[in-house]
Design a protein. Structure first.
Length: 447
């Protein structure tokens, strides 16, 4: 066995010393959101525990029903070699094994322990944040990143992780400070760009957000498809608030959809943006059809409720209602089979009513959509996704209220949003319609 250190200074145990470059590509690529993380597969013949565990993790990021099956051969080799590995590497192997087995509480506990004992293992930290994010545990995301700060303060990507943790906890000033510090350390820090876009959107700094994202977009090269499409998705949201619809459609066609159409995150970026455009009154043409062809392969996935909800809505909006109903049946069956308490609550009490509401909305049953969605919205954070991503479901609920004539309820929800977003032409236009329906437009000077 050969002992070396990875690019963050963590000792690694390798059968083949030449595997170090591929392993560093995984570590650096993962924390930098770069596509080169896949290069670890070039070392898959090295049966070292850490290399095999990273290969297994890479397959799990497919977020598909067959991901665990594809990961298991690598995991088996990692576990077989774990006796020759360090304690840190053994813990990483165990965390990936828990993920493959669907035991996210154990995986998270192991990543949190790793952050305390080996705070420069930022690949483990980021993977822990990923799991915490998908379970709606924003304080956990922040806590695990803070554990590494004393030992890795010079690493810009840690500050990007901190920024997103602060932002998801609604601590926006601290989020912005961390994001700007990350960018000062390394201008090409797309996760920090992403966190700052969240802050600016939440604070209604629409024009500033548009300009900022445009100013750093030249650095979005060599990224994984999620990061590049998602940052352009954020730019599209800024443009959508300004009702620059032609530009949004162009971004959809050129940057958001079509990088890796088979990937879950590219698919939900597409669903979310098309849905928002339609909610804003924009004709998206035949764009749903291509997305739906890929969503139709997801009917039996049930990997994350946040993903399934968007698959279902996209299929229904594309007119493939029978497939959407099949997916709904699979969601209900999966929810009924859950045994872990948190997972059972999320699937049964949040995902199932949300799925019924989304299907009702797509099919034009506005009253049912409003009734079902309001059951899920108070607990929606538990399905995962960010504030900005989950806002799609709130927008659909507000649209259902409008279309079912529940104007007083809609006014009570929409006016505070507009107060917080004075630059949003989208919200201003929607409010004009609300006050017109309430016969208050004259009293309010036409808004």
């Amino acid at each position: 066995m050969h002992t070396a250190t990875d690019s963050l200074g963590n000792p690694v145990t390798l059968h083949d010393p030449s595997s170090l470059a591929a392993l560093n590509d995984f570590v650096e690529g993962f924390i930098r959101c770069e596509a080169r993380a896949v290069n670890v597969l070039a070392a898959e013949q090295d049966e070292s525990a850490i290399v095999q565990a990273c290969c297994a993790a890479l397959h799990m990021f497919a977020e598909s029903a067959d991901a665990p099956r594809n990961a298991r051969p690598y995991l088996a080799r990692a576990q077989a070699a774990a006796g020759q590995a360090s304690e840190r590497e053994q813990r990483f192997v165990a965390a990936v094994a828990a993920w493959v087995d669907g035991d996210l509480p154990r995986a998270i506990a192991l990543h949190e322990e790793q952050a305390r004992l080996h705070p420069r293992d930022l690949a483990s930290l980021k993977l822990g944040q990923y799991h915490l994010f998908n379970r709606g545990d924003s304080p956990g995301m922040l806590r695990i990143a803070l554990a590494a700060l004393p030992a890795a303060a010079e690493v810009p990507y840690l500050h990007g992780m901190l920024a997103f943790g602060w932002e998801q906890c609604h601590l926006l000033d601290r989020a912005e400070a961390s994001a700007r510090h990350a960018v000062a350390l390394c201008r090409k820090e797309p996760w920090a760009h992403h966190a700052l876009a969240h802050v600016m959107l939440t604070q209604g700094r629409i024009a500033e957000g548009t300009d900022f994202m445009a100013s750093v977009s030249d650095t979005w090269t060599g990224l994984n498809s999620f990061m590049v499409t998602h940052n352009w998705w954020h730019q599209a949201l800024f443009l959508l608030e300004q009702e620059r619809h032609a530009e949004v459609l162009a971004l959809y066609d050129q940057q958001v959809w079509g990088v890796v159409k088979e990937y879950t995150q590219d698919q939900i970026n597409a669903v979310s943006l098309l849905a928002r455009l339609e909610l804003a009154g924009v004709d998206v043409g035949a764009r749903w059809a291509d997305v739906a062809d890929h969503l139709a392969l997801r009917l039996s996935d049930q990997v994350m409720p946040f993903l399934d909800l968007q698959y279902l809505y996209g299929l229904a909006r594309a007119g493939r209602v029978d497939e959407a109903r099949t997916l709904l049946q699979h969601i209900e069956a999966h929810a009924a089979s859950r045994t872990e308490a948190h997972e059972r609550r999320v699937w049964q009490q949040v995902c199932v009513p949300a799925a019924h509401g989304l299907l009702a909305h797509a099919c034009g049953d506005w009253a049912t959509a409003a009734w079902q969605l309001v059951l899920a919205l108070p607990q929606l954070v538990a399905v995962g996704g960010s504030h900005a991503q989950r806002d799609l479901f709130h927008q659909i609920y507000l649209d259902a209220l409008a279309r079912s004539g529940q104007w007083a309820t809609l006014q009570n929800l929409l006016q505070p949003q507009a107060n917080a977003q004075p630059e949003s032409l989208r919200l201003a236009r929607q409010l004009r319609g609300v006050y017109g329906a309430l016969a208050l437009d004259g009293a309010l000077g036409g808004m």
